[in-house]
Design a protein around this ligand. Structure first.
Ligand code: NI
Length: 173
């Protein structure tokens, strides 16, 4: 991956929290726990997932930088949603955790050397996992869930004027 591509992905990552907040603003708080799409997450479940996934991702990056070949352990995000009460807890603290995990990570990304970007560990499901792999995944992650929130808004408020900009990305663990 060249420096320009990396810089573009860092900028995409830096815009992720705002994209989620904008999409969430299209859904009234009274509908944050609604499930209009069978088998799909509610807005609350998406935001709690973002908090847990992104706090985990922030630690993963730190481990890639500070440890030698760390073991990166995958997890079942649906089990997290069920056991951690994603559709029962207030959403604002998790939105703040997501935003803060990113804000604290952006300065780290900006100071990484070419060598740092090649550092890698081993993911329990996908194998070799480099800092560049990390960047590809999390540059896209929040934007994928922002799209998911817009689809949810469309299902909840079909008469509204919503814009869906891209297809849901495959998730991660
Ligand atoms: Ni996700």
């Amino acid at each position: 991956m060249g420096r320009e591509e990396r810089q573009a992905l860092i900028e995409q990552y830096a815009r992720g929290a705002e994209a989620v907040e904008r999409a969430l603003a299209e859904i009234p708080p009274s509908l944050w726990m609604a499930h209009p799409l069978p088998g799909k997450w509610s807005a609350a479940e998406i935001v709690h997932h973002l908090a847990d996934s992104e706090m985990t991702s922030a630690i993963r990056l730190r481990r890639l930088l500070a440890e030698e070949s760390p073991a990166i352990v995958g997890y079942d995000q649906d089990l997290y949603a069920a056991r951690l009460g994603y559709n029962e807890r207030p959403l604002e603290p998790s939105l703040e955790a997501f935003r803060a995990a990113r804000a604290a990570t952006i300065p780290l990304l900006q100071r990484m050397s070419d060598e740092d970007w090649q550092r890698a560990g081993t993911h329990s499901e996908s194998g070799r996992y480099s800092a560049e792999d990390w960047l590809r995944i999390y540059a896209a992650h929040a934007h994928g869930h922002a799209d998911q929130l817009r689809r949810l808004a469309e299902a909840l408020l079909p008469q509204g004027n919503h814009t869906i900009t891209s297809i849901e990305s495959k998730d991660h663990g």
